[in-house]
Design a protein around this ligand. Structure first.
Ligand SMILES: Nc1ncnc2c1ncn2[C@@H]1O[C@H](COP(=O)(O)OP(=O)(O)OP(=O)(O)O)[C@@H](O)[C@H]1O
Ligand SMILES: NC(=O)c1ccc[n+]([C@@H]2O[C@H](COP(=O)(O)O)[C@@H](O)[C@H]2O)c1
Length: 225
């Protein structure tokens, strides 16, 4: 029986309940389960991989050290989602294909699972899939590697026409069988950006972000300005 380990790359600045819902979408929604089960896969778990501090964003994220910590707090209640710190702890930005390979190599080195029976897949929202089609953001050869050698589980983000994104891009279209699109049955507009806006205005983010994460952010005065 081949096993799947999911990897969710992102800034997680901060992690929201939606980031944790990825696992719910994968495990409990029939569509997603079927998408993997019909091919005989068993999903073992998911790693959130917070991006390295060297990744350039319009708004400078909280430090990797803080983001690792709040991701760990966010995952505390999940038996399925964990944090992989490797990417965040490197000295330079790591491309996502490198992160996926690295996680696979390390899992195989444990000796608990062999490469042939392990499929590491990227799990992402459809905005990340869309970014594949924006010139100069990703290296086309690496998109091919991600689609062909790993595979993608894409959660539709509200309003996004994922099939159109796939159909209009040559690499995605060529690899469409390795891209599973999952509908979030309760689509929402939760985003880290909106959470940061609320915090900076002194508004509550309770029930959108884990309580322990809220407590940590308060203690470290994250996102208040
Ligand atoms: N509401 C959502 N629905 C579907 N996917 C989501 C949602 N929020 C986040 N994601 C996905 O989670 C992953 C990591 O997201 P990221 O850390 O960039 O959060 P974000 O909310 O998109 O951040 P920001 O608002 O700072 O750009 C990405 O694949 C993103 O598409
Ligand atoms: N070439 C690449 O590998 C590449 C390019 C752009 C974004 N990414 C990843 O996509 C994620 C995007 O996160 P944000 O949506 O927070 O910007 C990050 O984890 C980042 O590492 C990878």
């Amino acid at each position: 029986m081949p096993f799947v380990v999911l990897v969710s790359p992102g800034s997680f600045n901060p992690p929201t309940h939606m980031h944790l819902r990825f696992s719910v979408c994968t495990f409990h929604y029939k569509l997603a389960r079927d998408a993997l089960n019909t091919e005989g896969y068993t999903v073992l778990g998911e790693y959130m991989s917070p991006v390295n501090d060297a990744y350039k964003k319009k708004v400078r994220p909280a430090s990797a050290e803080h983001r690792i910590k709040i991701c760990q707090l966010a995952c505390k209640t999940s038996q399925f989602v964990m944090v992989d710190e490797w990417e965040a702890n490197q000295n330079t930005f790591q491309r996502t294909s490198v992160v996926l390979s690295n996680i696979k190599d390390r899992l195989c080195k444990t000796g608990l699972i062999c490469g042939q029976s392990l499929k590491v897949m990227l799990i992402c929202g459809s905005d990340l899939l869309k970014s594949f089609t924006i010139p100069a953001v990703w290296i086309p050869e690496q998109i091919k590697i991600i689609c062909r050698d790993f595979g993608i589980l894409c959660i539709r983000r509200e309003g996004e026409d994922v099939m159109k994104i796939i159909m209009n891009d040559e690499i995605l279209f060529d690899n469409k069988d390795n891209i599973k699109v999952i509908d979030e049955l309760i689509p929402n507009q939760i985003s880290s950006t909106r959470v940061r806006h609320c915090i900076s205005r002194g508004l509550s983010v309770k029930y959108i972000v884990a309580d322990d994460v809220i407590e940590y952010m308060k203690r470290h005065k994250l996102y208040i300005s």
